[in-house]
Ligand binder design. Structure first.
Ligand SMILES: Cc1ncc(COP(=O)(O)O)c(C=O)c1O
Length: 282
């Protein structure tokens, strides 16, 4: 079936959907988004994504235009209309169309709501080739916990990594890692998992939480602590987590083959736990 989008109440093919130029999402990147995996034609961990959407909208002062039940109904309809079994749901709220371009927020905003579904071959996990990563200075803004559509800094960093022959970058602020350009980062050292603690420096990833819960629920020690660049280079394993990649191993860091280069023992164990959790839920 063709890709589908929902824009302010209208269902149409994404290439036909139009937003006025005075939408603050277009002019200022003034909005929040979510990416939600769909397995077996069902949105995965949707309530967690809707909770984060609520928090992020609150952070930038946009009233959520819909209840969680209304979001859920649109998400389910989008999946049904798309006919996709394994896919991504993209959901976005901007502050909406204004009378003129002005930094000041409008008094009575009418948020723009977008939901679309697109294919996600990566979620079928046919071939897991470990990622090549480099470390780069994290020059993004100081509100990394807000999932804003203003993604130019992440785009610049990702493209710098690609230009240097890597797949992505692990970002470093004040000598400590924060996250990758669109995922959280875990290391394993001497059988203990670690990931940076939640703060304004990084997105509070839903997959990150799930990995920690699965690890701890199965007796695998997992710490939330600062990780220096030295500790990163000295780790036994590195892997990333995100709705797009679930968990995915890192095989090369700054040009050096890392661990076995194929993903380590703890990552494999967590991947098995993740796949089981997925199949039980959806
Ligand atoms: C900067 C950043 N960190 C982490 C993540 C992972 O978050 P989640 O697991 O909720 O997809 C994302 C996802 O897009 C991201 O953009």
């Amino acid at each position: 079936m063709p890709p589908i989008s929902y824009l302010n109440g209208t269902w149409q093919p994404p290439e036909e959907a139009r937003v006025p130029i005075l939408d603050r999402g277009f002019l200022f990147g003034d909005g929040i988004y979510e990416v939600i995996p769909v397995y077996n034609s069902q949105a995965f961990t949707l309530p967690r994504h809707l909770t984060r959407l609520n928090h992020c909208l609150k952070e930038i002062g946009i009233a959520n235009p819909m209840t969680d039940a209304a979001w859920e109904a649109i998400v389910n309809e989008a999946i049904a209309r798309s006919g996709e079994i394994t896919a991504f749901i993209y959901l976005q709220v901007t502050r909406g169309v204004v009378a003129k371009r002005d930094h000041q927020y409008p008094k009575n905003p009418a948020p723009t709501v977008l939901v679309m579904v697109y294919e996600a071959p990566i979620l079928e996990r046919r071939e897991i080739v470990p990622l090549k990563m480099i470390t780069l200075d994290d020059f993004r803004w100081a509100r990394g916990h807000i999932k804003t559509v203003s993604l130019i800094a992440a785009g610049m960093l990702k493209n710098e990594a690609l230009a240097r022959g890597a797949d992505d970058a692990i970002l470093v602020k004040d000598g400590r890692i924060t996250e990758a350009t669109s995922s959280n980062v875990f290391i394993a050292k001497k059988g203990v998992l670690a990931t940076p603690p939640k703060s304004n420096r990084l997105l509070h990833g839903i997959t990150r939480d799930l990995v920690l819960e699965l690890a701890r629920g199965h007796g695998l020690p997992a710490e939330e602590r600062e990780i220096t660049t030295e500790q990163l280079a000295d780790a036994d394993e590195i892997f990333i987590s995100s709705s797009g990649y679930e968990t995915w191993p890192v095989g090369v860091l700054n040009g050096q083959v890392f661990g076995s280069g194929e993903g380590g023992r703890l990552w494999r164990q967590l991947d098995r736990l993740f796949q089981r959790f997925k199949s039980e839920r959806n």
